[in-house]
Design a protein around this ligand. Structure first.
Ligand SMILES: CC(C)(COP(=O)(O)OP(=O)(O)OC[C@H]1O[C@@H](n2cnc3c(N)ncnc32)[C@H](O)[C@@H]1OP(=O)(O)O)[C@@H](O)C(=O)NCCC(=O)NCCSC(=O)C[C@](C)(O)C(=O)O
Ligand SMILES: [Mg+2]
Length: 296
C-alpha cells in the first residue's frame, strides 16, 4: 500500500471542507472529531462522519479516508468509537490522539475487519513511554482487530505540555522528534512529522518554509507530514518523493553493486564514495520509497 505523505485534517463537522477534500489529492484525509472541532460540535462531527461513511461518499476517492477520534481520557472517545465504528462501512484507519501509556491502547474493538491504528505522541509522558506503547500495540495486534501502522508527532500538544513556544525549526522539541523516528523504525511503523506552524505571511502561503521543514523531516527519516490546508498538499508530496537524480544514483549503485559482487568485491568506489552493503540497503530504501509512494 502507498505510504502516507500528506495527511490532511478536515474538521468532521464541516461538510463544505469534507466536500472540498473529495477534489484534493491528499494521501490520507483525516476526518477529525478531536482538536479541529469545537467542544459543542462533537456530536455533529461524529454523526456527519458516520453518514459520510454510510453513504460511501469517498468510495471513488484515491485518498485514504480515516478518522481521528478524541483521546481515551477525554470522555468522548467511547461515543466516538461507537458511532464511527458502529456501521457497516468502517474507516480503514483510526487515529488515536494523546496516547500516553500502554493502558491507552489496551482497549478492545468489536468487529472482525482489521483497522489500521495511527498513534499520536504528543506529551512528555508519551515520549518517555514510547517503546512500551509500541510494544503493547504490536502484541495486541495479534488478537485485536487493529494493526499498528504509524506514529504521528503532535508538536502542538507537546509544546503545550512542555510549556515551550515552538520556534520555526523546532529546536526545543528536536529530541522528541528524533526519538519518535527511531522508535517508529524499531517497530516497523511509519513516522509522520509535525505540521508547520506558520501558514502564511501577509496572506501569502509560506510554501518555502514548508518545503524546508519537509526536507529536514525527510532527512531525519520521516516519510510523511501533517497538513491543514489544501495548498500544502503538493509541496509535501513532492518533498517526500526522492528526486529523479537520487533515484538514478540509487539505481546505478544497485547495478554496480551486483557487478562487483560477481567479481568478488564487497567494497568498491562509485561516484567518488566507498560502497558496501549498508550503502546498498540505503539505495534499496530509496527505490522502495518510490514504489510505495506511487499510487496505482
Ligand atoms: C485553518 C483553516 C480554518 C482555514 O480555513 P479557511 O476556510 O479560512 O481557508 P481558505 O484559505 O479560505 O480556504 C480555501 C479553500 O480551501 C478549503 N479548505 C481550507 N482548509 C481545508 C481543509 N483542511 N480541508 C479541506 N478543505 C479546506 C476551504 O473550504 C476553501 O475552499 P472553498 O472556497 O471551495 O470552500 C482551515 O484550513 C482548517 O480548518 N484546517 C484544518 C484545521 C485543523 O483541523 N486543525 C487540527 C489539526 S492540527 C492538530 O490537531 C495538531 C496536532 C497534530 O494534534 C498537534 O500537533 O498536537
Ligand atoms: Mg494534538
Amino acid at each position: 500500500c502507498s505510504s502516507r505523505r500528506a495527511i490532511l485534517y478536515v474538521p468532521g463537522d464541516d461538510i463544505r471542507k469534507l466536500n472540498k477534500a473529495l477534489s484534493l489529492d491528499a494521501d490520507c484525509i483525516v476526518m477529525d472529531c478531536e482538536d479541529g472541532v469545537a467542544t459543542n460540535r462533537k456530536e455533529e462531527a461524529r454523526v456527519t462522519i458516520r453518514q459520510w461513511l454510510d453513504e460511501g461518499r469517498a468510495s471513488n476517492s484515491t485518498s485514504e479516508w480515516s478518522v481521528r477520534v478524541n483521546s481515551v481520557e477525554s470522555d468522548l472517545c467511547k461515543e466516538d468509537l461507537q458511532t464511527v465504528l458502529g456501521g457497516a462501512n468502517k474507516p480503514p484507519t483510526l487515529l488515536l490522539p494523546k496516547v500516553e501509556s500502554k493502558e491507552h491502547i489496551q482497549w478492545h474493538m468489536g468487529g472482525c475487519q482489521k483497522i489500521n491504528l495511527i498513534m499520536y505522541i504528543e506529551s512528555a509522558r508519551a515520549v518517555v513511554n514510547l517503546p512500551d506503547i509500541c510494544r503493547t500495540a504490536e502484541q495486541l495486534s495479534s488478537t485485536a482487530p487493529l494493526k499498528p501502522a504509524a506514529l504521528v508527532f503532535g508538536s502542538d500538544d507537546l509544546c503545550a505540555n512542555l510549556g515551550v513556544t515552538r520556534s520555526d525549526n523546532g529546536t526545543e522539541i528536536l529530541y522528541a522528534r528524533q526519538k519518535l523516528v527511531l522508535v517508529a523504525k524499531a517497530f516497523h511503523l511509519q513516522a509522520i512529522d509535525m505540521r508547520v506552524q506558520v501558514l502564511c505571511f501577509d496572506n501569502i502561503p509560506d510554501l518555502d518554509g514548508l518545503q524546508r521543514q519537509c526536507e529536514a523531516g525527510a532527512r531525519m527519516g520521516y516519510t510523511g507530514k501533517q497538513v491543514i490546508h489544501p495548498v500544502q498538499i503538493p509541496i509535501v508530496q513532492q518533498a517526500f518523493m526522492p528526486t529523479a537524480a537520487i533515484v538514478e544514483w540509487a539505481e546505478g549503485l544497485i547495478a554496480a553493486f551486483q557487478e562487483h559482487q560477481k567479481l568478488g568485491k564487497g567494497a568498491f568506489v562509485y561516484k567518488g564514495s566507498m560502497i558496501d552493503m549498508p550503502l546498498l540497503r540505503q539505495a534499496e530504501n530509496i527505490i522502495k520509497l518510490v514504489s510505495s509512494n506511487t499510487k496505482v
